[in-house]
Write a protein that binds this ligand. Structure first.
Ligand code: FES
Length: 108
């Protein structure tokens, strides 16, 4: 199974096995990774699954949709955005993403 590395703000690392096709948000919840809440259940309407994707992985991800772009803009007043800011609920796991490194953004 492909693996993902989640990093908390305090530097604590969580390596988890990810099921292909499942969102990165749901993968984090399934493994009780702290800091990813997924309050809207993946409807792209809460921003509590905000993560910072490591730069070297960005071009392997699907492009942001309008909903994701608008949600990220909406939370920008509350948390810092980076070039790698994405919503984990909008990113399905693929075999090509094995080894993906992402940092959990500060809670809203
Ligand atoms: Fe709500 Fe991703 S879980 S925006």
């Amino acid at each position: 199974m492909p693996k993902i590395l989640f990093i908390e703000h305090n530097g604590k690392e969580h390596v988890v096995e990810a099921e292909v096709g499942k969102s990165l948000m749901q993968t984090a919840l399934d493994h009780a990774v702290p800091g990813i809440l997924g309050d809207c259940g993946g409807a792209c309407s809460c921003g509590t699954c905000h993560v910072y994707i490591a730069p070297e992985w960005l071009d392997r991800l699907p492009a942001k949709g309008d909903d994701e772009t608008m949600m990220l803009e909406a939370i920008a007043e509350l948390v810092p955005l980076r070039a790698g800011s994405r919503l984990a609920c909008q990113l399905p796991m693929t075999a090509a993403l094995s080894g993906l490194l992402l940092e959990i953004a500060p809670e809203l």
